[in-house]
Design a protein around this ligand. Structure first.
Ligand code: SF4
Ligand code: SF4
Length: 298
């Protein structure tokens, strides 16, 4: 169950990459910039700004889940909607999107293989999400096929997944992108709805595996950018990576607001301003003062 395959990606691992985005994630981070990735099933998105009020979707819906509101815009009854996608095909104005398609691993691999000439020495395929380890059998086979074809492999993980599945996959990986959110278990639970013990266990597993890893941290103003959490993050990285300790900060932005609206989901950080440049530089300085190289993602 995928929601996107992106080509020529420059920020999802080394070199030029094809990134396969899978649906399904055990975390519910307050700031998630891919809300369409969270559920493991297809979902319908409606961008009312694009809706011209033609009514074609009302006629196309077999579940009676679409109606026109008093402003002449389509509205979805999500209790009734079965996410079948019939309204999406009927909409000529691209106001409706079905996030999620089931595809075979061979089909996805053929799309990855078509990009092989662009990868050069460093690039390859990155499996992202959502959390790729929630569809471990699919990912493992995709990585095996990529390896056999001489294509570099990478996953982008939040670590909230089975350690056995991760261990099984590590020998097939050339690179891992691993996101850390908060070092304190209780704060982590408040921010993501899950504790962090398994995540930290998996982070150690990757750090000690010898597979090159880039740890990253979404920097969320007032949530995880305090000096105590930054100091604890630096200590964790030093303990597990020694002199190789490094992290990439991903400053919070608000670009996902429209996606929450389209999915009919509550964007719980909707009033939080984007991370200010001075706060980002301050977090970087703190991490570096504690012995960790720190880059800021663009
Ligand atoms: S996805 Fe299917 S059930 Fe849902 S609103 Fe569209 S046509 Fe109706
Ligand atoms: S088919 Fe598209 S443009 Fe027409 S009413 Fe439905 S959502 Fe709006």
């Amino acid at each position: 169950m995928l929601f996107n395959v992106q080509h020529f990606c420059l920020h999802d691992g080394p070199g030029i990459r094809t990134t396969v985005f899978l649906k399904g994630c055990g975390l519910r981070c307050l700031w998630c910039c891919n809300p369409e990735s969270q559920e493991p099933y297809a979902q319908l998105g409606l961008d009312q700004r694009r809706c011209t009020g033609c009514g074609e979707c009302v006629a196309a819906c077999p579940a009676g889940a679409v109606a026109m509101n008093t402003l002449g815009k389509a509205e979805i009854d999500r209790e009734r909607c079965t996410n079948c996608g019939k309204c999406v095909s009927a909409c000529l104005d691209d106001a409706l999107t079905r996030y999620g398609t089931t595809r075979t691993v061979e089909d996805v691999f053929s799309e990855v293989l078509r990009d092989k000439r662009w990868y050069c020495a460093e690039g390859g395929v990155t499996v992202s999400g959502g959390e790729p380890l929630t569809q471990a059998r699919f990912v493992k086979r995709l990585l095996e096929l990529s390896r056999e074809a001489g294509i570099g492999t990478c996953i982008e993980t939040c670590g909230a997944a089975s350690s056995e599945a991760l261990s099984d996959m590590l020998p097939l990986l050339d690179f891992v992108l691993f996101d850390l959110k908060h070092m304190d278990a209780q704060a982590h639970h408040q921010l993501t709805h899950r504790p962090n013990q398994v995540i930290l266990k998996n982070a150690r597993l990757v750090a000690q595996s010898g597979v090159p890893v880039q740890f990253r941290m979404p920097l969320i103003p007032g949530r995880n950018d305090g000096s105590e959490n930054l100091r604890a993050t630096a200590q964790f990285l030093r303990e597990n990576l020694g002199t190789r300790a490094s992290i990439e900060l991903m400053p919070y932005h608000r670009l996902a607001a429209g996606k929450y609206e389209a999915l009919g989901c509550d964007y719980r950080l909707k009033d939080l301003p984007a991370a200010a440049p001075e706060c980002i530089r301050s977090a970087q300085r703190t991490l570096e003062q504690h012995g960790v190289r720190c880059a800021i993602s663009v």
